[in-house]
Write a protein that binds this ligand. Structure first.
Ligand code: MGP
Length: 263
């Protein structure tokens, strides 16, 4: 891999901070966790300052990728990371080796440059098709015909770190895209959708898109004994044991049509 060009480090919005003194105060907390976020951080990982807030820590990204592998039906051969950001999840999907094609969509060209660079650091640059653009337009224009083969993964912006202010996070007020803005266009392409959402997300809002009598799998991802975030696995992305249906329209085992498990 080529060493980082000086110009790449100084004249653009992508940075590799190697000393705390270089790091803006509002991201110092995240920089302290840099090796949890990317274990290969020191090998030249690049991030924009805004990308630090939404990146999935590597351990979690790998666990999510493994879960998608184990839950996805075998006819699904494509995974589309709709909000690729600096590449954490896309890289984990590529590393899983399960997918014929891995797509990472990112609309910010500077962030996309980081993602490409970071994929190089992890040795999966050639396994990912990167697309610069708005994910809703890209998915509609390029993936309509391939929807039956695809799983869409979405780790959208949550409106910044303030999501923690609410005890139960209102997914309809998520900025800039509420749950409806995400689910509706994606579900026109495929029902197999995974969303990475705040750990306090309102489960009733999540279950709105679950057909009567069916269940949706919701999994929390924990580090050091605390949930970092949850994933919702829509469509036919369910563990074998939770595919039972009931006759009267209510789930068999739980008052809400959700299952939760702590990983
Ligand atoms: P956090 O809540 O900002 O940090 O992010 P922390 O240290 O876990 O919380 P604290 O309570 O200990 O202070 C937790 C995780 O949420 C991060 O690791 C990211 O994976 C994820 N995350 C946070 N934000 C603000 C976003 C976001 O906007 N979008 C997405 N997709 N993920 C986010």
């Amino acid at each position: 891999m080529q060493p980082l060009a000086e110009e790449e480090l100084t004249s653009k919005r992508q940075f590799h901070y190697s000393h705390r003194s270089q790091v803006p105060p509002n991201i110092q907390k995240y920089w302290e966790q840099r090796h949890q976020i990317f274990s290969k951080y020191d090998e030249g990982i690049l991030l924009t300052d805004n990308a630090w807030f939404g990146i999935t820590p590597e351990f979690v990204a790998n666990q999510v990728a493994q879960d998608v592998v184990s839950l996805a039906p075998s006819n699904k051969t494509i995974i589309i990371d709709a909000f690729a950001g600096a590449g954490g999840n896309t890289i984990a999907f590529a590393l899983s080796g399960r997918w014929e094609r891995v797509f990472g969509i990112e609309k910010d060209p500077d962030v996309l440059k980081c993602a490409k660079r970071n994929a190089e650091v992890y040795g999966v640059a050639k396994k990912i098709f990167w697309i610069e653009g708005d994910c809703f337009e890209v998915i509609k224009a390029r993936f309509k015909a391939q929807g039956k083969d695809a799983v869409i993964f979405a780790s959208p912006p949550w409106g910044g770190p303030d999501y923690k202010a609410d005890q139960v996070f209102d997914l309809n007020s998520m900025e800039p895209y509420g749950l409806d803005d995400l689910y509706m266009p994606f579900s026109r392409i495929t029902k197999e959708i995974v969303m990475y959402l705040p750990r306090t997300s309102n489960l009733n809002q999540i279950s709105k898109y679950v057909p009567t009598g069916e269940q949706v799998h919701v999994r929390h991802y924990c580090m050091k004994g605390a949930s970092k975030a949850l994933c919702v696995f829509y469509g036919n992305l369910r563990p074998e044991s939770s595919t039972e249906r009931c006759e009267d329209g209510f789930p068999l085992h739980q008052p809400l049509p959700t299952t939760g498990s702590l990983t």
